[in-house]
Ligand binder design. Structure first.
Ligand code: BTN
Length: 225
C-alpha cells in the first residue's frame, strides 16, 4: 500500500477525509489537531507514531464493520508484543500496558447501502513522545515501558506489516484479561459496575449489570486493577 509521510498535519484522519481517493497510509511526525474518540483531542507530540489507513473495503457488510476495529487493535497489540511488553485491550479500541493507555484508535467509516464504502483507521501509538503532565497518570509510551529509546522506524515497519494482516475475533479477545472480572461501564444511561463476560461476534461487550445480561455497543470501560 502507498505510504505518505508528512512532517506536520492537523490530523491524519482529516487528511484522509480530504483526500478520500484509493487506499493508502498517511503518517505524520506530529499533529496539530490530533483527534480522539468522542470529540476529544489526542496529544500528538513528536516522537509518537500517528497514522491513518484509508481503505475501500471490498464487499464488507456494515454489520461486520466492527472487524475493522478488532483487526486494528490486534495489529497494535502484536506490535507492542514485538517490544516484549504485555498489551491489554480496553474494549473497544484502546491498548494499555501496565494499566496505562499506550495507544488509541479512531475509526471513521463511510457506508453505502449495507456496505462499508470507505474506512479510515487512525492510530496514535505513544513511542518516544513526551506526555503532557495531565496524562502521565493514565498514559504511557513504549519508551517508558521498555526503559529505552525505541526506533520509530522499526515501530512503523512492524505496525504497518501487522496492519496488513488479518486477525480473528479470537485473537482480539486473547488480549482481554478482564473477562470474568468487574469493570466500570459508562454509557449514556450512566455509570455501572459490570461483570465482564465476553465480546460477541458483533463486537458488543457482553456483561452482567444488576443481575441481567447486557450487550453493549458503545460505552467507556474502566478496568479495576
Ligand atoms: C482515542 O484514544 O480516543 C483515539 C485516538 C486516535 C489518535 C489517532 S493519531 C492518528 C489519527 N489522527 C487523528 O487525529 N486521530 C488518530
Amino acid at each position: 500500500m502507498k505510504i505518505i509521510e508528512l512532517d506536520k498535519i492537523d490530523s491524519t484522519n482529516e487528511f484522509c477525509k480530504r483526500n478520500n481517493v484509493g487506499s493508502y497510509i498517511v503518517i505524520a511526525k506530529t499533529q496539530t489537531v490530533g483527534r480522539g474518540t468522542k470529540g476529544r483531542s489526542f496529544s500528538s507530540e513528536e516522537g509518537g507514531l500517528y497514522l491513518s489507513v484509508l481503505r475501500k473495503p471490498h464487499k464488507l457488510e456494515s454489520v461486520n464493520a466492527f472487524s475493522i476495529m478488532t483487526n486494528a487493535c490486534t495489529a497494535v497489540c502484536k506490535t507492542v508484543e514485538y517490544f516484549n511488553l504485555k498489551p491489554v485491550i480496553r474494549w473497544a479500541n484502546d491498548v494499555l500496558v501496565n494499566g496505562k493507555k499506550i495507544c488509541g484508535t479512531l475509526i471513521e467509516n463511510t457506508f453505502s447501502g449495507s456496505f462499508v464504502s470507505s474506512s479510515i483507521v487512525g492510530i496514535g501509538l505513544n513511542v518516544n513522545n513526551r506526555l503532557p503532565d495531565g496524562l502521565k497518570q493514565i498514559a504511557t509510551t513504549l519508551s517508558c515501558e521498555t526503559g529505552k529509546e525505541i526506533s520509530l522506524s522499526e515501530v512503523k515497519k512492524v505496525l504497518i506489516s501487522n496492519l496488513n494482516k488479518k486477525f480473528s475475533l479470537q485473537e482480539y479477545k486473547s488480549y482481554i484479561d478482564w473477562f470474568g472480572k468487574e469493570v466500570i461501564v459508562r454509557t449514556a444511561d450512566g455509570e455501572n459496575t459490570a461483570f465482564a463476560v465476553d465480546v460477541d461476534t458483533d463486537g458488543r461487550l457482553t456483561c452482567i449489570i444488576g443481575g441481567s445480561l447486557k450487550k453493549i455497543s458503545s460505552a467507556e470501560v474502566s478496568l479495576i486493577l
